[in-house]
Design a protein around this ligand. Sequence first.
Ligand code: ADP
Ligand code: MG
Length: 465
Amino acid sequence: MIVLKFGGTSVQDAAATLRVVDIVRGATARQPLVVVSAIARATATLVAVGETAARGEIHEARAEVAALMDRHRAVVTDLKVGPEEALILARIDAFETEILRLLGGVDVLRECTPRTRDHLATFGERMSSHLLCEALRAHGVDAVLLNAFEIVITDSRFGRARPDLGEMRRRTLHTVAPVLASGRVPVLQGYIGATAEGVPTTMGFEASDFTATLVGAMLGAEEVQIWTDVSGMLTADNRVVPEARTLPALSFAEAEELAHLGARVIHPDAVRPASDRGIPVRILNSRAPDSGNTLLSEDESPAGADAVRSVALLRGITSLRVRPAHGTFTHDGFARWVLDVLARNDASLELATLSERSVALALTTATLNPRALAELEEGARLEREDRCALVSVAGAGLENAPDIAPRALAALGGMRIHMIAQGSSPLSLSVVVDEADAERSVRALHRAFLEGGDSRPTHPGEGTE
Ligand code: ADP
Ligand code: MG
């Protein structure tokens, strides 16, 4: 069997959905299981309406829900599924009623708890999977809608729930395998799950990729395909570097590293289930299936590949320098104390350079809560700068290439560098720069390492140094 995962842009409207139908139809001989995300931006909207309602702005929240439901209704009517249309529209109405009931509760309590936020967030996939399943059936694919609430059993860490692998495997083999064996095409929601008691959960923003590789690993898939809006893992985000090229092959380790460093075409959690079982993962473009793709596998980088395979960018970073407060703290254990405070407060640490006298950190700004800072200020002096970005070059060849750091720094000449680190991972070198310089930095590094020079022909008309 094979797993086909479709991201939000791949199902964002009827035209995109019909391309997905074609792709699934083309794969029927390989026993496909479909995993689908919410239609583009639906999850963000659902989370936002919860916050809007918690602020007491219930009318605004309702209006946003109405617009979201209309987007789904437009997909249904544009799909022209025939006599089934009325039934599907009625199902969307039912979803809308359910969402509005939840928001009514939020309005009364003036609070959107993590549990309620997760519950709201599950509607995106529940609706998109319903639409896709009906679209497949209308075009002759014998699709069967599965229910992630009954298969993806998780703990109750809302927003970042972890699956109970044993229970999930048991249920996957029990429910999904027979559908595959009967020659039908199961359609499963990505990203969402439920506790054993049936409370809806989500596994982290963009975690549909994780659902896909987990299920693929449990069913022993021959391949997991991640269908998105770009032609595989590129040498950089093509929104920043239009010259970025598809990397035909990448090792699991390189892909995982790049995903952590901001190459969001695959979720970092999604690599491990596949690599543990040696199941190849292919990243493809649902708008242009023949335009090139990337195969992730156990294999090392091909001989002659650039040491630097790709440049990654993570925005929304805070650079934090922490030093012991004068006279209030012995330096022993200082670094450990700083890291402990941040870990206890769930701050997401992207990079650190440290000694017992001073600690420099790059943290995801959105995860840095005032409690952590207040605690740190009891024993330390802080210098904080928001609006930074983490820019990295990565590739398995970095370990044995002595000149990466000097070349990177030369390429970044003139830019203010808050931090630089190489070595915590043998696969990457990262710098923290002002967010205003982020895109310029990515382009400079791409030019220095991935356009011309080394083993590659120089692109005419472009500076290579
Ligand atoms: P989906 O909705 O299909 O899950 P995502 O938006 O999560 O898609 O991921 C695809 C996006 O990832 C691309 O549109 C691209 O802008 C971005 N991206 C960032 N870095 C890279 C990279 N190195 N290679 C490919 N895409 C990248
Ligand atoms: Mg994604």
